[in-house]
Ligand binder design. Structure first.
Ligand SMILES: [Ca+2]
Ligand SMILES: [Ca+2]
Length: 70
């Protein structure tokens, strides 16, 4: 069970430009840096869509936190 600080750290890692939102571009970039070379932009968009509560195509920390906590 990840705590909020762990989830915050993960969020900050994916939020490359630090604007408080994770875009599909950022998600794909970080996933590839972490070694998952199968993560295309299309895959990243699909992953984000599963967590994107307000359907604006980007993840805020609240959305990311809610998804991680189930
Ligand atoms: Ca960002
Ligand atoms: Ca959103």
């Amino acid at each position: 069970m990840a705590d909020v600080n762990d989830i915050r750290a993960a969020f900050d890692k994916y939020d490359v430009n630090g604007d408080g939102r994770i875009t599909a571009t950022e998600y794909a970039l970080v996933a590839r840096e972490l070694g998952d070379l199968t993560t295309s932009i299309a895959v990243a968009e699909a992953v984000i869509r599963t967590m994107d509560a307000n359907h604006d195509g980007e993840l805020t920390f609240d959305e990311f936190l809610a998804a991680r906590q189930g």
